[in-house]
Design a protein around this ligand. Structure first.
Ligand code: SAM
Length: 384
């Protein structure tokens, strides 16, 4: 009997060996017929090779390599969970990169040390946001988070650099905050960790993504923090926000749709470089501009806006911000100042690889030893 089974197994194996099947009898596998001739991931890479080699010069080959390699995650710690996870995470060898800044800030040049420390004390970071990462060069993965006794998950896995726009937003006690493009909700969750927000408006034009966001909030945040007095969730077109609520919010986060560079080179599904989405992709800078304009109008005078993307593209980053600043001045007499985020990048320079000498904003660039990003962020303050 055993001999019979072995023979059958052997025969099946032999059948699998294509080299033994005469060519005329070979059948093309199904995927070969349905796979697009030009997979979107290839188109994305071709596009990036053309634009980023010009934009990033010598840096592009190493950034490209990191972009194509496995990304690193951060575990956004959920302060609403009852689980004693801190020790567990630390025992795994990871650390909270935000509270560990004391050890990171060691100005190599004592001459510029004072200036850096002055800037650091001026930069009040949103309190209570904690995000754990494995050390530089360590590519260990986090286990999926488990629910605590109350059913709340202990951490949310996301690109650790995505926390930077939330930190830069600098939410203070009682602030009213608008998260204009919020789904699936990683940054909303980070903002809620501050416990400081007076009222939070969460919006995303996509109904399906907003339901994911609701699910995320239910899995991490107790009901008493999600009452109508504290939070409002909407599915409006964010570009129209200026027509709904002007001069209202102390803080506005506008984390716009973009070419999501990392996703675009790795996943064919839902890829903005697929042929049928060419028009949508070309219209992105215009949509991003309209969303940033709406965010500027929604902020109150003195209020602050953080614009963020997950692309390296200059057109979708500094290009959009420049146009929005000019538009606000010319059409609404709104004066904006660009807030210097160098203290923030200095603070986290041991965790992330930042682009050097951008003329506007800051950018986390993927790097094999610290494979986070890309994340671009630029902070504006309304002076009028
Ligand atoms: C980069 S994602 C936001 C990610 C989110 N901030 C987070 O941290 O999980 C961009 C979002 O913008 C939304 N979006 C696209 N067009 C929009 C519009 N006109 N108004 C509002 N949201 C829009 C998309 O549905 C998408 O969820």
């Amino acid at each position: 009997m055993a001999l019979f089974m072995d023979t059958r197994l052997l025969l099946r194996k032999l059948k699998d060996l294509r080299c033994l099947t005469p060519k005329r009898h070979r059948v093309k596998e199904k995927w070969a017929a349905t796979r697009p001739k030009h997979p979107p991931t290839n188109l994305a890479l071709q596009h990036f090779d053309a634009t980023y080699s010009a934009q990033l010069g010598q840096m592009w080959p190493s950034v490209r390599c990191a972009l194509l390699s496995e990304r690193k995650y951060g575990a956004l710690f959920n302060n609403f969970s009852q689980d004693a996870l801190l020790e567990d995470l630390e025992a795994q060898g990871c650390r909270d990169f935000i509270s560990n800044i004391e050890t990171e800030v060691q100005p190599s040049d004592p001459a510029d040390g004072d200036a850096v420390y002055q800037q650091l004390s001026a930069l009040q970071l949103s309190p209570n946001i904690r995000c754990f990462v494995f050390p530089r060069g360590d590519i260990s993965r986090f286990k999926p988070a488990r629910p605590d006794q109350g059913g709340f998950l202990g951490y949310y896995l996301m690109d650790a650099a995505s926390v930077l726009p939330c930190l830069a937003l600098n939410v203070q006690e009682g602030h009213s905050v608008l998260d204009l493009c919020a789904a699936p909700g990683g940054k909303t969750l980070a903002l809620l960790q501050t416990y400081s927000i007076g009222f939070l408006c969460v919006n995303d034009s996509s109904v399906s993504r907003t339901s994911r966001l609701r699910k995320v909030l239910r899995s991490y945040v107790p009901k008493q923090h999600l009452t109508n007095e504290k939070i409002r969730i909407s599915t409006l077109d964010g570009t129209k926000w200026g027509e709904i609520e002007r001069n209202t919010f102390d803080r506005v986060l506008v984390d716009v749709p973009c070419t999501t560079d990392r996703h675009s080179v790795l996943e064919d599904d839902n890829n903005i470089f697929s042929k049928i989405r060419t028009g949508e992709r070309r219209r992105l800078p215009q949509l991003q501009l309209q969303l940033l304009q709406a965010a500027i109008e929604a902020a109150c005078p003195g209020g602050e806006i953080v614009y963020s993307t997950c692309t390296l593209s200059q057109n979708q980053n500094a290009g959009v911000v420049e146009q929005a600043i000019a538009w606000a001045q010319e059409n609404h007499g709104i004066q904006l100042e660009v807030v210097d985020l160098r203290p923030l990048t200095h603070m986290f320079r041991n965790t992330f690889h930042f682009a050097r000498d951008l003329h506007l904003g800051e950018m986390v660039v993927p790097h094999l030893a610290a494979n986070f990003g890309p994340i671009f962020l630029c902070k504006l303050r309304r002076l009028t």
